[in-house]
Write a protein that binds this ligand. Structure first.
Ligand code: ATP
Ligand code: MG
Length: 265
C-alpha cells in the first residue's frame, strides 16, 4: 500500500532582497491512503501550490518529511504525476506526441507506446485525435490530453493544481465527471487543488480547507459527494440539502479568512 505521508511539513520563503520571511506552510500533517481522493481549498496565498510542489518534489521543505510507500520523497519521481492549469502542453506537437512524452523519455518501444497512448486517449474520450496538433483542440480537450499524458506514466499519485480553472462551466462539469470516472477506474491517489467550493465538494472524499499566515490546514471534511457522483449527475447532487449546507459553511469560513486578510493589510 503506497500511502502518502506528510509529517510536520514547514516551508519558509525568505525574500533575497529584503530578508522578509513568509511562512508559506507550517506543521502540515496528513496521511493519504492509496486510492483516496483529496481536494484542497483556501484563499490565495495559503500555500496550496507550495504543498503540491513539495509532494511533487519540485521544492524541498524547510523542515519535515514526506514519504510514499517505503520511500522518502526527496525530488521529482515517476511515481507522482502532475496536471497543471491549461498551458502546460507542447502545443505545436500532436496529441500523441504530448501523451507519449514520458514513455519516450523512458525509451519505451514505439509499438508498445502507441498502444498505451491509444488506450488512454480512448479512456479520456479523445479516440481519433492522436494525430491532431494540440493547438487545434478546445480547452477542455487539451485538459483531457493533460490527463492522458499523466496517466500513461502510471503514477501512484496524481497531483492537480487548478486543472479545470480555465474552462467554461459546462466543460468544467463534464471534466469533473471524467476525473471521478478516472479515479474509480484507476484506483489512483489524487490530490486536486481548486478555487471552487462546489468543485472541492464534488471532487474530494476528503477536503482540506487551508488558511494563510502561516499556511495550515484549518479544517478537514469527509464527504460522500464524490462517491455519489459516480452514480448520479453532479447537477443533481448540488441540489441536495446536505451539499448546500457544507457549501455554505465553507463559503463563510473562507469569507471570514479573506476579511481577516483584507483587514490585516
Ligand atoms: N518561490 C517563492 N519565493 C518566495 N515566496 C513564495 C514562493 N512561492 C510561494 N511564495 C509565497 O508563499 C505563499 C504561498 O504561496 P502559494 O503559491 O503556495 O499559494 P496558493 O495557495 O497556491 O495561492 P493561489 O490560490 O493564489 O494559487 C505566498 O505568500 C507566496 O507569495
Ligand atoms: Mg496556487
Amino acid at each position: 500500500m503506497a500511502n502518502l505521508m506528510c509529517k510536520d511539513l514547514c516551508m519558509t520563503f525568505v525574500n533575497q532582497q529584503t530578508g522578509a520571511k513568509v511562512e508559506a506552510l507550517k506543521n502540515i500533517n496528513f496521511t493519504l491512503k492509496k486510492g483516496e481522493l483529496l481536494s484542497i481549498l483556501g484563499p490565495s496565498g495559503c500555500g496550496k501550490t507550495t504543498l503540491l510542489n513539495m509532494v511533487a518534489g519540485f521544492i524541498t521543505p524547510t523542515s519535515g518529511v514526506m514519504s510514499l510507500g517505503d520511500y522518502f520523497i526527496e525530488g521529482p519521481g515517476a511515481d507522482r504525476g502532475m496536471v497543471f492549469q491549461q498551458g502546460a502542453l507542447f502545443e505545436w506537437l500532436t496529441v500523441a506526441r504530448n501523451v507519449d512524452f514520458g514513455l519516450r523519455m523512458q525509451g519505451v518501444a514505439e509499438d508498445k507506446s502507441r498502444e498505451q497512448v491509444n488506450k488512454w486517449l480512448t479512456t479520456v474520450g479523445l479516440q481519433g485525435f492522436a494525430d491532431t496538433p494540440t493547438y487545434q483542440l478546445s480547452g477542455g480537450m487539451q485538459q483531457r490530453v493533460a490527463l492522458a499524458r499523466c496517466l500513461v506514466n502510471d503514477p501512484d499519485v496524481i497531483l492537480m493544481d487548478e486543472p479545470l480553472g480555465a474552462l467554461d462551466a459546462l466543460t468544467r462539469e463534464k471534466m469533473q465527471s471524467l476525473i471521478l470516472e478516472l479515479w474509480k477506474k484507476t484506483g489512483k491517489t489524487i490530490i486536486i487543488i481548486t478555487h471552487s467550493v462546489e468543485e472541492a465538494l464534488l471532487l474530494g472524499e476528503r477536503l482540506f480547507v487551508m488558511a494563510p499566515r502561516p499556511g495550515r490546514i484549518q479544517k478537514e471534511y469527509e464527504l460522500p459527494f464524490a462517491e455519489w457522483g459516480l452514480e448520479r449527475s453532479l447537477r443533481d447532487i448540488k441540489l441536495e440539502s446536505k451539499f448546500s449546507e457544507v457549501r455554505e459553511e465553507i463559503l463563510t469560513m473562507i469569507w471570514n479568512m479573506e476579511e481577516e486578510i483584507m483587514g490585516g493589510t
